[in-house]
Every structure is written in C-alpha cells, then in structure tokens.
Ligand binder design. Structure first.
Ligand code: ADP
Ligand code: MG
Length: 268
C-alpha cells in the first residue's frame, strides 16, 4: 500500500530510507532562476555531497532546505513532514541543523563547556527559578555533562575536553561544531565547505569521524563543496549542480567523471 509523500515512510520505490527530500524546488531572484526544479534526497545515516561551480545554486538550495528562503515552487519534506514554510528554528527543533546556526564557540571556554552551552532549556539559566529547583537543576546538569562527554567521545575530542576552544586546530573546531549540533539535538547536519581552513592532511581525520557518526550514530550529513574531488572518497552519494539544475547524481566517482560535470567547471 502506498501512502502519501507527506507521511513518514520508507521510500517504497527503492527500499531506501530517506530522511529529507526536495520536490521540484524553484527559486527566483528577480529575473534569475537560481533553482530550477531541483530534486535531491538525503538517505538517513548517510553522507550526501553537493558540488557545483560558483553560482550554480548550492547555497540557495541549502537556504531553502534550512528555511532561510521560501521557494516559489516545490516543497521540502523532512521526517515525512512538509517543512517548506517552517521557520529555521523550528527545523532545528526537529533535528535539522546547519552548523552555522550554532553560535561560534567561546574561545576562552573549554571544549566541554562549549558543548554544554549548545544545549537548550537549562533551568539554571533562570536566576529566579534556579534556587527553587536546585536539586532538579543539579541532576539536569549532571545528565547534560554526561551527555556532552559521550558526544565528545563520538567525535573524537574527548582527550581535549578541558582545552580552551582557542587551542583547537581547524579540523578539531569542525568536530566541535558537529558535537555542539548533536548536543542541540541534531540528527541531520548540513555543512558548507567543512574542509575549508582544515590542513589537507587532517581532512582525512575529520571525514573519518563524519563517516563514523553516520554509521554508528545514524547522523545524516549534507555536505556542500565546490572543489570537485576533495572529499569525494568519503561520501556515499553526490549531486552536481550547474546553473540552478542538478546535472548529475549517483556514486561520487561517476559524478566526478561525468563529462557534463567536468565541462561545467570549465565554463562560466
Ligand atoms: P553557489 O552557492 O553554488 O555558489 P548561489 O546559490 O550562491 O550559488 O547562487 C546561485 C545564483 O543565484 C547565482 O546566480 C547568484 O548570483 C544568485 N543569487 C543568490 N543569492 C541571491 C540573492 N540574494 N539575490 C539575488 N541573486 C542571488
Ligand atoms: Mg555558495
């Protein structure tokens, strides 16, 4: 029996479990069509890559998916719900987080403190309520600390828990971003050029952790990159965009070697 697309279900056509997809997204800026009937799908617990030359529409698509732009046509479905018009913070509450939505880490706080600061609803934040609920608050804080330490283990930063954020390398800062997103409740993480500012030798370390999180914690990733091939070997599926359209999709190797994709990088 096939149910409507708006209901939570495993995609029957392929047997694969998609947590988020777009349907024929159209976004215009004045006369420019930035997105022209774009369809992408994110498989749960997998890493999807979005590539394309400058101006191809990657950021616009991510803005539509995360709620900073409302498209003229089409819709975004997340966890079986039409979220096309849902404000960004409500998408965050559902688990869909773009790492830039998490405030920059406090340089003079420790790694653990920074992860803790990403959590919401700490009753200790309210100076009037806190004394009344002291016991409750303390237990809440203990639980939050345990959770933060657990997440630091997952991302491989546990040995840095007591270091200042200012002492972290570029790659470790990306891992801290991911840890903070997960602490905030994210199970679907969108990252724009995570390899930028990371020593190329350490890109492997960063992506090994991302793969581990996808496989062991079922975290879904959408990664935007315009440098073709840089992170290709770490991802499960790739979409290539050009001039507002998806021009190729599939296994990363196949997409990178698609003549249309190679040509799109030479043009412009
Ligand atoms: P990419 O991230 O792949 O480099 P963008 O999504 O930023 O591409 O841009 C896609 C197209 O939409 C480009 O032609 C760009 O100039 C245009 N565009 C993006 N944002 C705006 C905006 N706020 N106003 C007008 N045009 C925009
Ligand atoms: Mg961009």
């Amino acid at each position: 029996m096939s149910k409507g697309v708006g209901e939570y279900q495993v995609q029957r056509d392929t047997g694969q479990d998609y947590i988020l997809w777009t349907e024929n997204i159209v976004k215009r800026f004045g006369g420019i069509i930035a997105l022209n009937k774009v369809n992408i799908k994110l498989r749960k617990g997998r890493i999807t890559l979005l590539i394309g030359p400058n101006g191809s529409g990657k950021t616009t698509l991510v803005n539509v998916i995360s709620g900073f732009l409302v498209p003229e046509e089409g819709r975004v479905v997340y966890k079986g719900r039409d979220i096309t018009r849902l404000p960004p913070h409500d998408r965050v509450k559902m688990g869909l987080v773009r790492t830039f939505q998490i405030p920059k880490p406090f340089q003079n706080l420790t790694v653990l403190e920074n992860v803790m600061a990403a959590a919401e609803g700490n009753p200790g934040e309210n100076p009037y309520i806190a004394p009344v609920y002291k016991g409750k608050w303390r237990r809440f804080e203990e639980e939050q600390t345990e959770r933060a330490l657990e997440i630091l283990k997952w991302v491989g930063l546990i040995h840095k828990w007591d270091s200042k954020a200012s002492d972290l390398s570029g790659g470790q800062l990306k891992l801290l971003e991911i840890a903070r997103a997960i602490m905030k409740g994210a199970d679907t993480i969108i990252m724009d050029e995570p390899a930028a500012g990371v020593n190329p030798v350490l890109v492997h370390d960063l992506f090994s952790r991302i793969i581990q999180l996808s496989r062991e914690r079922s975290v879904t990733f959408l990664i935007i990159e315009h440098r073709i091939g840089l992170v290709g070997k770490y991802v499960d599926y790739a979409y290539a965009m050009n001039m507002g359209e998806v021009i190729s999709e599939g296994e990363p190797e196949k997409v990178f070697n698609d003549p249309n994709v190679l040509e799109s990088y030479l043009g412009g």
